[in-house]
Write a protein that binds this ligand. Structure first.
Ligand code: NAD
Length: 778
């Protein structure tokens, strides 16, 4: 036999990791996974079961926690929270550090348990899931240590309800628990029904690490248990899972005044240009779509390949696919394991077999005869609108299409309702850095893929949800302002008839696309002074006017590409022009509300414009300290189209406190003026018109908040809605926002004090976009 023949016939021998210890661990605990509450196991019942997807064998029974059991867990967390917070940053850091150390000691047990339960290759659970989960606790031990100095004025929410999916059971648990604890919250976490076993090992590690009882509580079960946790008396909900369930949770929490973060699905593009290092791009793609059998929220599941190299690229990819080894997840030589459950396998089959478009290629690698295995699959020649180009398959299936120009690549990439991640392969650094900010995604990888780290924020935009996990951005989501001054009550507006106050009675129009516009409905409402003098009329905007304002914001997208310096200049110019008319504005405010506070409000408004002029070129991103040769840039990108309902009180200052941060950060804004005192904001049109504000960047509507709020909240092109109006509007706004999962902020602030400006506003006006750029030749 020649050396070549030997080489050609050589194959990997099996190198299985033993399941013995993990199975013995389960047996020693009665073979049931169940609630862990107040530092001890609750009632363990085998209501459901957990199976090994690679063999179909039963691994353990699983308790489906009832609403009462969930309530008991929340109660334990509530009781433990004050002492945990009072322990202080250093005290909490020591506990988080002890958890990290404990996980390190049990790392092999955790990895084997994860692979048995989820079906992922041991190579991945051992080298990726478990080390990243441990790193998360180490990093957040640091976040706890520095909490008081790095997050002054911030406090924990209290008890956090956390719900996680099955694709990265331990890692998602770490992403949720570590920052929550670091900030002084206590938690009740629900693992996914298919994969609760590594969480059980984790619970024991917590006992040994000295986590005080009640600080970490686990409730096992399915969607019903999850829904019970959402309905329980928690102070925050953090969810990772499907967009469909995320939407339900948005609706279920509407109007409850609890913050929500949603990390949802994706259909992330993987873009390969003709100048890319093709071998590396192919290896990256293997990682992008066949890592964890493609069951990755940010999987590069949509290949966009430059037309000129498409045929060659697909051929090389198919060859590489044929070489993938699929089989026993505990075998260290395996590339692709089992999908999580036969139910998921059927869902993948249904989607692929139901597709008639394009050409389907299944890798020629042998499949095990039993278990939930699906071959690596490539579907080429799809049109952008085909179902499989749009919907998340959540399996080892890659879909592909081609593009000709960079502009077309961006257009195709963004042609999705999701916005989680994107990958770019090109040797042209100019092209990569030009395109990265243009792609609608929360995470961008340049010449790399699936890089994660505790120090770098991760999360999506659009229907991939809102909120970030990792780094200080992720920590902030587990905190709130420690103390807020009460929002002032607005004076009661005069209702009834009244004689004109003198001068010419005029009807203030709407301000849309840089022009004063009559309201579509043709209605207006009289505005009186406190004693009944008729001051003028304000237009009553309707749905059509909302549509026009949103179209105007869409047409002003270029604002997001302007420099901070230019935006600062325009904000200062607005302040200058307002200052020139200060007396007139002060008189108007006094006429509307009575009293003599107008001058102070105008002065505060001028200051506020200056504040955001100052922030416009100063609210920077940062380079996250990730452990690779390269950088992860956590950039601030504009949120996009923001709708804002102004408070009734301080009608000028309230309006400008919402308009200015949006403008400063490159977002566009449609403001609905104070319903009771709209004329202070409508007078501002003339200042806008004389201050070089491009058309559509600021639009102002007047009218009924109750009528306009649902129209804005349900508009698919509004990216965020802030309401500082009546608290009673919150439920309707949050429920309607579930349509496109826009960010909502229901606030009440004293705009005349320090709570009326600053980081909360800047954060709401921006999205964090993390751009990973590894460097070096080696
Ligand atoms: P899923 O939404 O079906 O379930 C997620 C969790 O929610 C599970 O624990 C489940 O029991 C629970 N749940 C189900 N119905 C519920 C309800 N009505 N109320 C409360 N909880 C409920 O998702 P999945 O199938 O487990 O996971 C796959 C999805 O997760 C994919 O869409 C994937 O993209 C997404 N995901 C996103 C991220 C991210 O960071 N963006 C990370 C991992 C997974």
């Amino acid at each position: 036999m020649s050396v070549k023949e030997i080489f050609d016939t050589m194959d990997y021998g099996p190198a299985p990791e033993s399941a013995k210890e993990a199975l013995a661990w389960l047996e020693a605990r009665g073979g049931i996974a169940g609630p862990f509450v107040n530092g001890a196991w609750g009632e363990l019942r085998a209501d459901m079961e957990s199976r090994n997807p690679a063999t179909g064998e039963r691994l353990a029974g699983l308790t489906k926690c009832t609403a009462d059991e969930v309530a008991a867990a929340v109660k334990a967390a509530r009781k433990a929270q004050p002492a945990w917070e009072k322990l202080g940053g250093h005290g909490r850091a020591k506990v988080l550090y002890a958890i990290a150390r404990g996980m390190q000691k049990q790392s092999r047990l955790l990895a084997v348990m994860e692979s048995l339960d989820n079906g992922k290759p041991i190579r991945e659970s051992r080298d990726i899931d478990v080390p990243l989960a441990i790193r998360h606790f180490y990093h957040h031990a640091g976040a706890a240590q520095l909490f008081e100095s790095e997050m002054p004025g911030r406090a924990p929410h209290g008890v956090c309800g956390q719900i996680i999916p099955w694709n990265f059971p331990l890692l998602m648990l770490a992403w949720k628990i570590a920052p929550a604890l670091a900030a002084g919250n206590t938690v009740v976490l629900k693992p996914a029904e298919y994969t609760s076993l590594s969480a059980m090992v984790f619970a024991e590690i917590c006992q040994e690490a000295g986590v005080p009882p009640g600080v970490i509580n686990l409730v096992t079960g399915d969607g019903e248990t999850g829904a019970a946790l959402v309905a329980a008396k928690v102070d925050k909900i953090a969810f990772t899972g499907s967009t469909e369930v995320g939407r339900k949770i948005r609706e279920a929490t509407a109007g409850r005044g609890i913050p929500l973060t949603l990390e949802l699905g994706g259909k992330s593009p993987y873009i390969v240009f003709d100048d890319a290092d093709i071998d590396s791009a192919i290896e990256g793609l293997v990682d992008a779509i066949w890592f964890n059998q493609g069951q990755v929220c940010c999987a590069g599941s949509r290949l966009l390949v430059h037309e000129a190299i498409a045929d060659d690229f697909h051929e090389r990819l198919k060859r590489r696919m044929d070489g993938l080894r699929i089989g026993d997840p505990l075998d260290k030589c395996i590339d692709v394991g089992a999908v999580v459950d036969p139910v998921q396998l059927s869902a993948i089959k249904e989607m692929v077999e139901g597709n008639t478009a394009g050409e389907t290629y299944h890798a020629a690698c042998p499949l095990p005869s039993t278990g939930a295995f699906y071959p690596p699959t490539l579907i080429t020649g799809l049109a952008p609108s085909d179902r499989l180009m749009q919907e998340e398959i959540f399996g080892p299936v890659l879909v592909s299409t081609t593009f000709r120009t960079p502009a077309e690549a961006v257009e195709l990439a963004d042609n999705t309702r999701y916005g989680l991640a994107a990958t770019l392969w090109t040797e042209n650094v100019n092209l990569a850095l030009d395109l990265a900010p243009k792609l609608a995604a929360g995470v961008i990888w340049v010449n790399a893929t699936n890089l994660f780290d505790a120090a770098a924020p991760f999360g999506g935009i659009r229907e991939s949800g809102f909120g970030r996990e990792g780094g200080p951005e992720g920590m902030r989501a587990y905190t709130k302002p420690a103390k807020l001054a009460a929002a002032p009550k607005a004076p009661v507006a005069y209702e009834g008839d009244g004689a004109p106050a003198g001068g010419i009675d005029r009807t203030a129009k709407l301000y849309i696309g840089g022009k004063q516009a009559r309201p579509d409905g043709g209605y207006s409402k009289a505005v009186h002074g406190p004693k009944g003098a008729l001051l003028g009329h304000a237009s009553l905007a309707n749905r059509k006017d909302v549509r026009n304002a949103v179209e105007a914001m869409n047409a002003a997208k270029g604002w997001g590409k302007t420099t901070g310096h230019l935006r600062a200049q325009i904000l200062y110019y607005l302040a200058e022009n307002l200052s020139a008319r200060a007396e007139e504005f002060a008189a108007r405010i006094d006429a509307l509300q009575g009293g003599h506070k107008g001058a102070a409000e105008v002065e505060a408004s001028i200051r506020r414009l200056f504040t955001y002029g100052a922030w416009a070129d100063r609210y920077d991103g940062r380079a996250a300290g990730v452990p690779i040769r390269g950088v992860a840039l956590a950039m601030k990108a504009p949120t996009g189209n923001i709708a804002a309902l102004a408070p009734a009180a301080t009608p000028l200052l309230g309006a400008l406190s919402l308009i200015a941060p949006a403008m400063a950060m490159g977002s566009r804004v449609t403001l609905v003026a104070s319903e009771a005192f709209p004329l202070a904001a409508t007078d501002f049109y003339q200042v806008l018109e004389t201050s070089d504000v491009p058309a559509g960047v600021v639009n102002i509507l007047t009218g009924s908040h109750a009528e306009l709020a649902p129209a804005l909240a349900s508009h698919m092109d509004v990216d965020a809605l802030w309401s500082f109006s009546e608290p009673g509007l919150a439920a309707g706004i949050e429920r309607a926002s579930a349509g496109n999962l826009k960010r909502t902020w229901i606030g009440a602030r004293d705009f005349s004090g320090p709570d009326g400006e600053g980081e909360d506003f800047l954060e709401a006006a921006t999205e964090v976009k993390t751009i990973w750029i590894p460097y070096g030749e080696g």
